[in-house]
Design a protein around this ligand. Structure first.
Ligand SMILES: Nc1ncnc2c1ncn2[C@@H]1O[C@H](COP(=O)(O)OP(=O)(O)OP(=O)(O)O)[C@@H](O)[C@H]1O
Length: 544
């Protein structure tokens, strides 16, 4: 809990000072308004001319109040916007560092980035300014009241005690219920997002009914918890309103009886009409900042719960290291020396004591049974797999922590990534500023021509996020075109011809063969046909 608060504080640094002063103006303006109102009532016998300055003072007070509240809302929203943008940047960066296959699903991460960051909006825009105003505003009102009537001020202080007790009790009860509700909400959104992503699978396995029931149960849980929160919130606001109304009533009775001299006990002060009206007009203002705080309390609970979950997204992922990019346009030599790769949670090393010297411009095919570590070796070069022993050098540079070969490498992974957008967007991902000619050359080199001819919109044909409407071979060609467009001197291909029939495989192998000259390439494959275009075949075995 303390760590969550610290996280929240860190995320909202500097976000509260200006709204604080704006909301304090509201209390100051309320004093002016009360003085104007009391003066105006007293001046009624003097007619309009006598009342005018007091009426003007009251108008000025109300004007200042609306300006103060508007400025507080605007500046709170602006500060919340800045804090959310910063926090969202941090959480997105942390989400990208989450290892694939980790405990956080895409739905949970999406929910954290979108909804949970949003939960700190109310905390910064409303709760923080209300908290500071609630600490200082009532003191200002109390001081002004005490100047006019110390006994009225004492009545306000006395009613404050049960008010604070009621607030603390209601706050505690509401906090637990709110926390439960805020925990159920992201669970529902995460579940929903993950099921939407897996929709084709659910339809294929006819699991719609069971998954709909599961989402229904999660939605019911949120609804039940929300009702509990509302019940506590209504009860607590009822209690707050009762004590606020009681204090106003007591001050009104006291001021009225004092004014008329009807009090059944002696008091050390005698109020005049101005002072009686003044304290009466100020009494509701004493509670106004605290009622504002009570209304914003829900925002604090939302932010507290969100902070815990956001902290969990940021924790347990490696800290970002400043990456020193390798920049070199010549095909590099690569050497693996006694390399071992061990995944956290893996039974043993995925690769152990692996030695390989690859000459500049050479193409090496890594061949071996499933699980022998071919993909892991490519991932190691890309910084996606952990080096547990040994060393790797690319050209003259040792690939240590913080050195990235991203700038000189083009990679085609085992499951080519397709993003929603056009075929052109998907290819140009590796070089966003590529010219039409460069894209056309990459398309030709990857043998994508026949696909584009079949599509009415050619390169502008739209793809959904699952690459719907594309065959496995077409997806691999798009990924290859993307890799070739980059014109990187190092090509890393992970089973680029998997799942293709022999004709499609032969075409793709020819395309790859055309791209190899002038580059160093490592191709992980099960295909002897693809391996045969390499300069050298390295066979791996499954580690014991
Ligand atoms: N992220 C990971 N976490 C834990 N273990 C992993 C991870 N990635 C791979 N492994 C394990 O490392 C070993 C090597 O996997 P890798 O994918 O490198 O093999 P491969 O030779 O490319 O297999 P395939 O030919 O089936 O693609 C396997 O036992 C695999 O389960």
């Amino acid at each position: 809990m303390a760590a969550d608060r610290h996280f929240l504080k860190q995320s909202t640094i500097g976000a509260s000072s200006a709204p604080l002063s704006f909301l304090l103006f509201d209390s100051i303006a309320a004093i002016l308004f009360a003085a104007g109102l009391a003066g105006g009532v007293v001046a009624v016998p003097e007619g309009l001319a006598g009342m005018a300055p007091w009426v003007l003072l009251a108008l000025l007070g109300s004007l200042l109040r609306s300006v103060a509240v508007t400025l507080a809302a605007r500046s709170g929203a602006a500060r919340a916007g800045i804090a959310k943008t910063k926090l969202r940047g941090r959480i997105v960066a942390a989400a990208f560092r989450h290892p694939p296959g980790g405990s956080s699903t895409v739905g949970v991460l999406m929910n954290a980035v979108v909804d949970e960051v949003e939960a700190i909006d109310g905390y910064i825009a409303r709760f923080l300014p209300a908290r500071y105003a609630a600490a200082l505003g009532p003191l200002l009102i109390l001081a002004a009241t005490a100047c006019a009537s110390p006994i009225a001020a004492a009545i306000l202080v006395l009613t404050l005690v049960p008010f604070i007790v009621a607030m603390a009790l209601a706050g505690g009860a509401a906090a637990d219920e709110s926390r439960r509700q805020f925990e159920a909400l992201p669970r529902l959104s995460g579940l929903f997002a993950d099921r939407i992503r897996a929709l084709p699978l659910l339809l294929a396995f006819r699991a719609e009914a069971s998954e709909t029931a599961r989402i229904g149960r999660a939605a019911d849980e949120v609804a039940t918890r929300t009702l509990k929160v509302l019940r506590v919130a209504f009860l607590s606001s009822g209690a707050l309103e009762f004590f606020a109304a009681l204090s106003v009533a007591l001050v009104a009775v006291y001021a009225g009886f004092n004014l008329l001299g009807l009090l059944p006990f002696p008091v050390p002060e005698k109020l005049d009409l101005f002072r009686a009206f003044f304290v009466l007009a100020l009494a509701p203002e004493f509670y106004a900042p605290m009622r504002r705080l009570a209304a914003a309390y829900h925002d604090r609970q939302a932010a507290d719960t969100a902070a815990g979950r956001l902290r969990a997204v940021e924790e347990h992922v490696p800290l970002p290291v400043a990456q020193k990019p390798l920049v070199d346009s010549a095909a590099p030599a690569i050497s693996f020396r006694s390399v071992s790769i061990g995944y956290a949670g893996g039974a043993g090393p995925a690769v152990s004591d692996f030695w390989l010297e690859i000459a500049a411009g050479e193409t090496v095919a890594l061949v071996g049974p499933s699980g022998s570590g071919k993909s892991s070796l490519l991932h190691l070069l890309l910084g996606l797999a952990p080096l547990t022993a040994g060393s790797i050098a690319v050209g003259d540079t040792r690939l240590e922590h913080g050195v990235s070969i991203a700038a000189i490498a083009a990679w085609v992974g085992q499951s080519p990534l397709i993003l929603p957008g056009t075929i052109r967007d998907n290819i140009a991902m590796s070089k966003p500023d590529a010219s039409r000619e460069e894209i056309a050359a990459a398309v030709r080199a990857a043998g994508l021509g026949p696909l584009l001819l079949r599509r009415r919109c050619g390169l502008d044909g739209r793809l959904d996020e699952r690459g719907g409407g594309l065959s496995g071979g077409e997806r691999r060609r798009i990924a290859l075109a993307r890799a070739l467009l980059k014109q990187a001197p190092l090509l890393l291909l992970d089973e680029p011809t998997a799942h293709l029939d022999s004709a499609a495989e032969a075409e793709l192998i020819a395309s790859i063969g055309r791209a190899l000259p002038g580059r160093t390439a490592i191709i992980a494959t099960h295909s002897e046909a693809l391996a045969s275009i390499a300069d050298r075949i390295v066979r791996l075995g499954v580690p014991a």
